[in-house]
Design a protein around this ligand. Structure first.
Ligand SMILES: [Zn+2]
Length: 132
């Protein structure tokens, strides 16, 4: 993770501890992530972030809706993986962005505590992850 990642990490941590976001924090995130951050904000506004956690392990994954069609949902680990096309094309292949909008939305939703919490069994969680 480079310097932008570290700056972002500091901002996320601050937001997580206060469960709120300031104008300054949002400006920094917009500066770092540009359009993707605006898209992520819209997704969070629509309550488009689910946090699916397995019982009893407590392991979890995020499921984030796409922006255009609400039926699209992507499994997503905010720091390292998203199942969407943009993650592979813009981030893994071209390396010109750090995170896709779903990862940012998951991070933002989690930091602000506005995720929809879904509990499933560990078996169900494993089945979900096996589709990745
Ligand atoms: Zn994505």
């Amino acid at each position: 993770m480079g310097a932008p990642g570290l700056v972002a990490e500091t901002v996320w941590n601050k937001m997580e501890s206060t469960r709120s976001v300031t104008e300054d924090q949002l400006s920094i995130l917009h500066f770092l992530f540009g359009k993707n951050m605006e898209r992520a904000t819209r997704i969070v506004d629509q309550r488009g972030v689910k946090r699916i956690s397995g019982e009893p392990s407590g392991r979890f994954v995020f499921q984030v809706v796409g922006e255009s069609r609400r039926l699209e949902e992507y499994l997503c680990f905010p720091e390292r993986y998203c199942a969407c096309y943009s993650f592979f094309y813009d981030i893994v292949s071209r390396g010109d962005q750090l995170f896709c909008k779903h990862q940012l939305a998951a991070r933002l939703g989690a930091a602000l505590g506005v995720c929809i919490n879904v509990k499933v069994s560990d078996e169900q969680l494993a089945e979900l992850l096996a589709k990745l």
